[in-house]
Design a protein around this ligand. Sequence first.
Ligand code: NAD
Length: 249
Amino acid sequence: MLLQDQVAVITGAASARGLGFATAKMFADQGAKVVIIDLDADASQAAASQLGGDHLGLAANVANEQQVNAAIEQVLAKYGRIDVLVNNAGITQPVKLMDIKRDNYDAVLDVSLRGTLLMSQAVIPTMRRQRSGSIICISSVSAQRGGGIFGGPHYSAAKAGVLGLMKAMARELGPDNVRVNAITPGLIQTDITAGKLSDEMRQSILAGIPLNRLGDASDIAGAALFLASPLSAYSTGITLDVNGGMLIH
Ligand code: NAD
């Protein structure tokens, strides 16, 4: 068991086919106590109960500081520690550059970038006190290649911002033995693109993937498990590409 009795908080993990829930399942199978944080309380609780055992489902909008802090207080009241945070909550929009309005910008940047900052700020005092912790930030290949797959330029910018924030946090938190790393998924089949990806788009994307398949949520969960566990004890500030070779650089 790679995460025996570790407490792992995962945001955006109530979506049944999503990367967060797949990660929650893999962490629970490895002995972790998992906290699912998502927008809807019932959905979070239902997802947590599907994991069996001693897990928790909470509601919070990751972009809302009060809600984030209240959720983390509940986690600490129940478990008394936090070992892993996966900043996974995110939304995307296939909007072209000149069509990005303030609302688009605010919505996408708020969840991915502000959410990553607020959630990390909420757990860092605990991790510092413990002198251990692993924070994993879900960015996107879109940050590295400048979009061109599904999300618009504001999504690429948000996810590139997540990489910068991750690296700066890694530098600052290293002396506290708190590691911070990122995963850059390629195109993974989840509800984030559900109904919005045409067969034509899918075929042209596949043509650019050496492993010749779209990703599965479990591909990301495995990478997150590596970064959460002691297997990656000497890695901080890294960007782990999980994209089937879509971007070899
Ligand atoms: P998904 O839509 O299945 O799940 C996203 C979850 O985040 C949902 O449960 C949603 O309710 C939750 N969420 C949205 N806004 C929130 C908020 N403000 N506060 C709390 N929770 C919120 O999507 P997914 O494909 O599993 O994506 C997970 C992460 O991976 C996202 O950050 C996404 O940008 C990133 N990503 C996905 C892909 C892909 O191809 N699926 C590729 C690269 C990166």
